[in-house]
Write a protein that binds this ligand. Structure first.
Ligand code: AMO
Length: 424
């Protein structure tokens, strides 16, 4: 099949030749004694012209084929004026489409998001929806390229784990034979361990958070882009993250053009620099705009909105209080060497310098009210020469909403998982 198949996007190279083409019947018109079938595949479309006077049985057959059925057409490519058409020798229905379809795959009749997600594979026939996922694949490729160009090693860490990494509140518990295990919330502890052997590691993978959040930016299964670098601190990894964002934006503007055109969206231009404000400065801005926030609290939606009025593009909030950061972050007094990367009001990434000293790490675990022994499998390595290290985790799905101009995180994930949906 693949060897014979001519893609419709390349049909113009086959004028006057006999070809086999495959696709779905997008449209069908009868004008006088001629049936015009519009055949589409992932790459383009072509008109198949069946004249009653030339091929009576094919014409009669064509009239009966339901739209969206999958066809194999054997025919001759013909230039008719400006139009490329196929004059068929044979039309085979490989898979007939049942009607009515749950959504209109041409996109002419708009469907709401739950219906689109419920019918994801079929929705991919709508060019704007397909473009989102083509852009997503390109973005992952560009991110990989950036990391590899900078000498980082791609790793895979387990998703079934024995203890919490990001705190116990939003852990999915699973039955692991006769024991309890959890789904990983992030690769945090593993990526840190791996800086014992690699200068820098990265992972792009799905992670799990049992958060009952019903926002346009939370999922229970999300894709995280993680980096961890040896002999680095949080300023170093903010520099890397900034370079990565600029590289992604530059490449997406160039290589993503065909998809962005279909989407009718222009992502932000690569910024020349990204401002770094401290948590204390962020609080000042929020308060100056009438927001109420106590020192030591996390910055919630309302505060982030106020900050975004002042800082509409990419910026970092650095030096968060120790009380609201996880045990693995490097402490400096009441503060930590930590950061969040924001794009307007949306948190895209967080990271920081890590605690690499054995005794201090164990003390921090205890201070966070966690059972230090249950982390022995991890902390023991810190006795054998753990380099200072730093890293970040970036939410790929959130980044994709910015790049594709979609409002809801569920629009940029093929099969999104949230507290309500576990299918399709
Ligand atoms: P954090 O918990 O801030 O940090 O997660 C990092 C980034 O991942 C994305 N993210 C999510 N996206 C969609 N749905 C969710 N439920 C969700 N949760 C998180 C966000 C967020 O900024 N281990 C640290 C990172 C590090 O320090 O290296 C961590 O997981 O974009």
């Amino acid at each position: 099949m693949l060897k014979d198949r001519v893609k419709l996007g390349e049909i113009d190279k086959y004028i006057d030749k006999d070809v086999y083409v495959y696709g779905w019947l997008e449209d069908k018109r009868i004008v006088g004694q001629v049936a015009f079938l519009v055949l589409r595949d992932m790459t383009g479309k072509v008109q198949v012209t069946v004249k009653k006077s030339v091929k009576r049985h094919l014409y009669t057959h064509a009239l009966t084929i339901p739209r969206q059925s999958i066809l194999k057409v054997h025919g001759k490519v013909n230039l008719y004026g400006e139009t490329i058409e196929i004059v068929p020798h044979d039309i085979q229905v490989l898979s007939e489409a049942k009607h009515p379809l749950p959504i209109d795959p041409t996109g002419r009749v708009p469907a709401n998001l739950p219906t689109i997600i419920d019918n994801r594979p079929l929705s991919l026939r709508i060019p704007t929806i397909r473009a989102v996922f083509q852009l997503r694949a390109l973005t992952k490729q560009v991110i990989r390229e950036f990391f590899i160009n900078n000498g980082f090693v791609e790793v895979d860490t387990p998703k079934i784990i024995a203890t919490a990494t990001e705190g116990g509140a939003n852990l999915f518990e699973i039955k692991y034979f006769d024991r309890v295990a959890y789904l990983a919330q992030s690769p945090q502890l593993y990526k840190e361990q791996l800086t014992m052997g690699f200068d820098g590691v990265f992972e792009i993978a799905q992670f799990y958070r049992a958060e009952k959040s019903h926002t346009r930016r939370h999922l229970t299964e999300f894709t995280s882009v993680d980096l961890e670098v040896a002999f680095a601190d949080y300023n170093d990894v903010m520099d890397i993250l900034e370079e990565m964002i600029k590289y992604i934006l530059t490449e997406i503007h160039k290589r993503g053009k065909p998809y962005l055109e279909i989407l009718g969206h222009t992502p932000p231009e690569p910024p020349t620099s990204m401002k770094r404000i401290t948590y204390d400065e962020a609080l000042e801005i929020i308060r100056s705009k009438g927001g109420e926030i106590k020192w030591g609290e996390d910055i919630e939606s309302e505060g982030l909105e106020k900050l975004a009025e002042e800082l509409p593009g990419f910026y970092f909030i650095v030096d968060w209080p120790w009380d609201i950061k996880p045990f693995y972050i490097m402490r400096k007094g009441d503060l930590t060497e930590s950061f969040d990367l924001m794009m307007g009001r949306l948190e895209l990434s967080s990271g920081g310098t890590r605690e690499h000293r054995y005794n201090e790490l164990r003390r921090n675990i205890r201070e966070k009210g966690l059972n230090v022994e249950s982390f022995d499998y991890h902390t023991r390595f810190y006795q054998y020469g753990m380099p200072p290290h730093a890293g970040f985790g970036l939410g790929l799905d959130r980044l994709m909403t910015i790049l594709s101009g979609r409002e809801n995180i569920r629009e940029v994930v093929l099969y999104p998982r949230d507290p309500e949906s576990l299918t399709p």
